[in-house]
Design a binder for this molecule. Structure first.
Ligand code: NDP
Ligand code: 2IT
Length: 445
């Protein structure tokens, strides 16, 4: 890495001790940016990287709530408003017990570049809580969301900061959050949140968008080698929003998805995952993959273990950060893998990415491959701003165009900077230059 960038990186790491996921995301981006700074000394002079790594605003707040037995609980809420050079802060909320500032900052940092790559007018932000939704009743989830919004509402708005879903936050939670925002502000401000229900300002295709978009991105990568999804054997991790719709899309293109996972283990279904059953079990019943295996003849459930032990030609990690390490990557490669597209944010460790790249595997990093979700959130904002609602077909066509555009821009940028086929370099540089130019144009803020 360029010594000037090294110095900035070291300062960033020292100023943010203990935030290991944030460090990882920063290091990975910096490793791509040497050639840009050679061509653009104005970025160094303007201290763009120093500014980019320091969030514009970080909000941490208490979230008290009562469970169904009347016991009081206290969680911690976060919203990191990272960068607004290109538009209002935009990014999801994650409810998971592992959430702390380092995770919110890694996600917010990635979101800046991802959102820039979509070509839509959205800045980068992220939030969430260490609240664990597992096993909580609807009433408990509602009380938690209402308490969370009772603080968050003063920081967000259609032109300021627009949250959405992420792990543990889907349509149900967005509904409770929107209801409380409306109640406190007395404003029906549709554009303040995305991922809303269709009858109250949501967009068709938003629930499917991240998983569909990841598969569209992978398909574009495969096309560069004269290949397609037809006949591929696909392994997916996770079984939530992103995973379910990635499975559906891959199978609609002729692939067989033979495995998916949750935090307790994985299922193998050689006939191809039954998406309707998976959706019923995970989204409607909020059950476990053991319930799927019990109802699907020919499938089996493996408790614990790693879904990456299953052989496949395409891998779509769609669960969480650092779920695919160097050993898993090496095993996948030796088992005939040809492509990886990250539906999750930073699911591959740095050593896994190296293994894929050294083996010549097509590798689509999350900030490019999973950008379809936030891009469709921006389409939801467009519909809200014009008080319109678009058909499924039209919205899906817009999503497809955006994903093909992101793929092509990443590929062209990688070529331009002497790293053909390297989508990590393409995504990092492509996203960075757009944000850096806007930051310089807007002066020292
Ligand atoms: P969901 O909550 O719907 O599903 C998450 C899935 O990942 C579940 O199957 C969950 O299993 C599994 N999982 C979560 N944490 C862990 C863990 N620590 N170890 C193992 N498995 C885990 O979330 P989404 O599908 O929305 O999000 C999945 C990933 O995609 C995340 O990285 C998110 O940041 C990213 N993403 C999401 C977007 C969206 O629009 N929703 C957009 C872009 C990226 P279990 O149920 O057992 O916890
Ligand atoms: O990581 C992500 O891009 C998301 N969770 C979606 C964010 C959004 O605002 O739709």
């Amino acid at each position: 890495m360029d010594s000037r960038l090294e110095a900035v990186r070291d300062t960033v790491l020292a100023r943010n001790p203990g935030e290991k996921e944030f460090h990882q995301a920063v290091i990975e981006v910096f490793e791509s940016l040497g050639p840009v700074h050679d061509r653009h000394p104005e970025f160094l002079e303007g201290a763009v990287l120093e500014r980019l790594c320091e969030p514009e605003r970080q909000i941490i707040f208490r979230v008290p709530w009562t469970d169904d037995a009347g016991r009081v609980h206290v969680n911690r809420g976060f919203r990191v408003e990272f960068n607004s050079a290109l538009g209002p802060y935009k990014g999801g909320l994650r409810f998971h017990p592992s959430v702390y500032l380092g995770i919110v900052k890694f996600l917010g940092f990635e979101q800046i570049f991802k959102n820039a790559l979509t070509g839509m007018p959205i800045g980068g932000g992220k939030g969430g809580s260490d609240f664990d939704p597992r096993g909580r009743s609807d009433a408990e989830i509602m009380r938690f969301c209402q308490s969370f919004m009772t603080e968050l509402y003063r920081h967000i708005g259609e032109y300021t900061d627009v949250p959405a879903g992420d792990i543990g936050v889907g349509g149900r939670e967005i509904g409770y959050l929107f209801g409380q925002y409306k109640r406190i502000t007395n404003r029906y401000e549709s554009g303040v949140l995305t991922g809303k229900g269709i009858s109250w300002g949501g967009s068709l295709v938003r629930p499917e968008a991240t998983g569909y978009g990841t598969v569209i991105f992978a398909q574009e990568m495969l096309k560069t080698r004269g290949q397609s999804f037809d006949g591929q054997r696909v392994v997916v991790s996770g079984s939530g929003n992103v995973a379910i719709h990635a499975i559906a899309k891959a199978q609609s293109l002729g692939a067989t998805v033979v495995a998916c996972s949750d935090s307790a283990g994985y299922i193998v279904d050689e006939a191809g995952i039954d998406v309707a059953l998976l959706s019923q079990v995970k989204e409607v019943e909020r059950g476990r993959l053991t319930d799927y295996a019990a109802r699907r003849p020919g499938s089996n459930h493996v408790a614990g273990g790693s879904v990456w032990d299953v052989t496949g030609t395409v891998a779509l990690p769609c669960a969480t950060q650092n779920e695919l390490d160097g050993d898993a990557a090496a095993k996948l490669v030796s088992n005939g893998l040809i492509a990886v597209a990250e539906g999750a944010n930073m699911p591959s460790t740095r050593s896994a990415v190296s293994v894929f790249q050294e083996a010549g595997i097509l590798f689509g990093p999350g900030k490019a491959a999973n950008a379809g979700g936030v891009a469709t959130s921006a389409l939801e904002m467009q519909q809200n701003a014009s008080r319109d609602s678009w058909s499924f077909e039209y919205t899906e066509q817009r999503l497809t165009e955006i994903m093909v555009g992101i793929h092509d821009r990443c590929a062209a940028t990688a070529d331009e900077y002497g790293a053909p086929g390297n989508y990590v370099v393409g995504a990092n540089i492509g996203g960075f230059v757009k944000v850096a130019d806007a930051m310089l144009a807007q002066g020292l803020i």
